[in-house]
Each structure stands twice: as C-alpha cells, then as structure tokens.
Design a protein around this ligand. Sequence first.
Ligand SMILES: N[C@@H](CCC(=O)N[C@@H](CS)C(=O)NCC(=O)O)C(=O)O
Length: 219
Amino acid sequence: MKFYMTPGSCSTGIHIILEELDEIFEAHVVNLPAGDNFKPGYLAINPKGTIPALVRPDGSALTELVAIAYWLGRARGRGRLWPQDLEGETRAIETMSHVAGTIHGHGFARLFTTPTFSRAQSEQESVKALGRLIVEKGFAVLARQMDGRDFVAGAFSVADAVLFYAEFWADKTGIALPAPLLAHYRRLLGRPAVIRVLKEEGYDPSRLGGAAPQPAAAG
Ligand SMILES: N[C@@H](CCC(=O)N[C@@H](CS)C(=O)NCC(=O)O)C(=O)O
C-alpha cells in the first residue's frame, strides 16, 4: 500500500494503525507548507488535496481519516483493531467522528489554518480563541466518556489511534488535557508501535506526555 502523510499531522493516527497492524507500506511525505497537496500529482490521488490518503493493494485510493481507519480496522489484521460488538463499533465511530469532525475540523483547524476561517487580519486572534474553546469543550466531553476506561471501545482499536493524534496536538500546542485523556495519551505513548511512529516522524516520545492534567471543571 502507499500511505500519503505529513509528519505530526492527523495522518499520524493512521500511521499508528498501520504500524500496529505490522503493515508493509510505502510512506510518501506530502509537504503541506510547500502546497504539495494541491499539485496535480497528488490531486490525481486525492482530489480533495488533504492528507491522509491510502492507496490499497487493488490500486484504489481511500481518503478521509475516519474511512481509512475503519477500513484498516475491519479489513486488515483479521479485524483485530476493530471492535467486535455493535456497541463497541458504534462508540468507536462516535469518538472518531467527534475527534475528526469537531475537535480537529472546527477546533484545531482554527488554530493551525486560521486564515481559512477569516481573511481579516483583525479577526485572527478571535478565530484562534474560538478554536481553542472548541477543542477544550470537545476534550471535556471526551474526558467524561473515557473516565474509568483504558480504551475508547473495550480493547485497543483504531479509535484510540484517532483520539491519540488530537491528544498529541494538545501536547504540542500546550492545551492541558483532562486527567482521563492524559492517562489515555500516556497509555498510548507506552505502546511500541506508537513509539516507533513518533520516532519515524521526528519526535522524541520520552519528551511527550509530561504536562499536568487540566483540573476538572467546577460544578
Ligand atoms: N476531511 C479530511 C481532513 C483531513 C485534514 O484536514 N488534513 C489536513 C492535515 S491534518 C490537511 O490535509 N490539510 C491541508 C489542507 O486542507 O489544505 C479527513 O478527515 O481526512
């Protein structure tokens, strides 16, 4: 398979899944700051110009992080990274949609690609502040969901790798994680596949996960 990714981006979640599955794949780094995602060569693979994208053994390209995670979870490794029961499957989809759609798409995107939300220079800081608020509210909801659980849906699944990339971004941007999410993040930071991926993407895993948890909101 061919995996189109950018180190430290949302594709890290898919990279972890590939590594957890022991997949053999070609990694193609797409340089987002250089705009390589909008060059014809990449648009021929993913017309949306986003990463990640995965070209599968039959040559077809799959886009959208949640769909790629779902397909890898179900179709590869005899389905061992996909929950086996309906409730687990449903909760995995619920969490992945929340992370990719809300926390990433509405929250972190406002922090990382602020001008795509408003071109006005005077609004840049307020767009970022709103993004941070959306991320924090999203994490507060997820923290209640994850309280008392080691993983999103029973055993480790693709949904944990998806949640991980948002927790990783919180760490990188100095957004404090609520205690249940910090515990989940640290749990994943201890997995050999996660350590391998972070090193391959240029990070030192031993320097991650050190932040104090966010105190629980009053009331
Ligand atoms: N809906 C897409 C969004 C993925 C996404 O936003 N990827 C970012 C990197 S984390 C990206 O490709 N940004 C470049 C751009 O949108 O121009 C998905 O879920 O896969």
